[in-house]
Design a binder for this molecule. Sequence first.
Ligand code: ATP
Length: 319
Amino acid sequence: VTRIGILTSGGDAPGMNACIRAVVRTSIYNDIKVTGIMRGYAGLLSGEYLAMDVGSVGDIIHRGGTILRTARSIEFMESSNQDKGAEMLGQAGIEGLIVIGGDGSFRGAMKLMERGIPVVCIPGTIDNDIPGTEYTIGFDTAVNTVLDAINKIRDTATSHDRTNVIEVMGRSSGHIALQAGLAGGAESILVPEVPFNIDDVCARLLRGHERGKLHSIILVAEGVGSAVKIGESIEAKTGLETRVTILGHIQRGGSPTAIDRLWASRMGSRAVELILRGQGNVMLSVHKGQLAEKNLEEAFKKSNELDMALYKLSGVLSI
Ligand code: ATP
């Protein structure tokens, strides 16, 4: 192998830059050239390629987003364009590809593998919703961003004796809501994996209020439904003054935490080693706390399950 390619695809996540840096530096350390492909599969098809040297990834380890930009490419869903993508990689002398993204991006990578390009997929999404891995790059930063917001909202909630409903990201998974909610001491955590009853949520709130609680935080994962509607319903049913905050895209940005930088660095470096050893066509994963390789099909299995022990604990600690 003399040249490998790297792209980021799907939603961006903090830590992707640290991973790109690790890929580029590990390659150069091993005398391999690296081509950066801009804007995911869109840039692959339009030929937006960039030669990357040691300096091209300087001063990015601490930055959110991705210097390679990212995109969702409808064209790449077509088989003829997948042929074209594989051909263009060949023409650019790219003998192995590293894809950082979510399971949609992995499906795209599979199409290139089927056309003979060795690919290593690295899980990168704040949602932590990729089956086959306990962790995805960006998740830890997103959880800490939400935690920081909860702390701030708590200050004002306590001063005003208010109930606060906070909507967080996660698509159809409740990982961000659960971890940030538990760490932030939320009274209730509503996740798509567990059905909830609004009357139970209200009863819990009123119980807390009666024993003199000055604030209540209810964390709602976006996959559950509209936090605004839930907030309105809570106010109508309990008579407690309720405010709703939708955290939105601040959860996708920010300087990556140490945990995200460390995993991103290890995964980026391992991905290069795998391609050099001829062991492509896998996804990287954190399995029982260790870096591991898995068949790509693992990412397409049933959804990444929520840690129910943690969910139960959140209920116990917020009585
Ligand atoms: P996130 O969950 O963070 O948004 P993702 O990788 O799941 O990340 P998607 O929008 O699902 O995001 O996928 C990114 C891109 O991967 C798509 O725009 C498309 O170009 C490509 N892709 C997704 N699914 C397929 C598929 N079945 N075949 C070919 N390409 C695909």
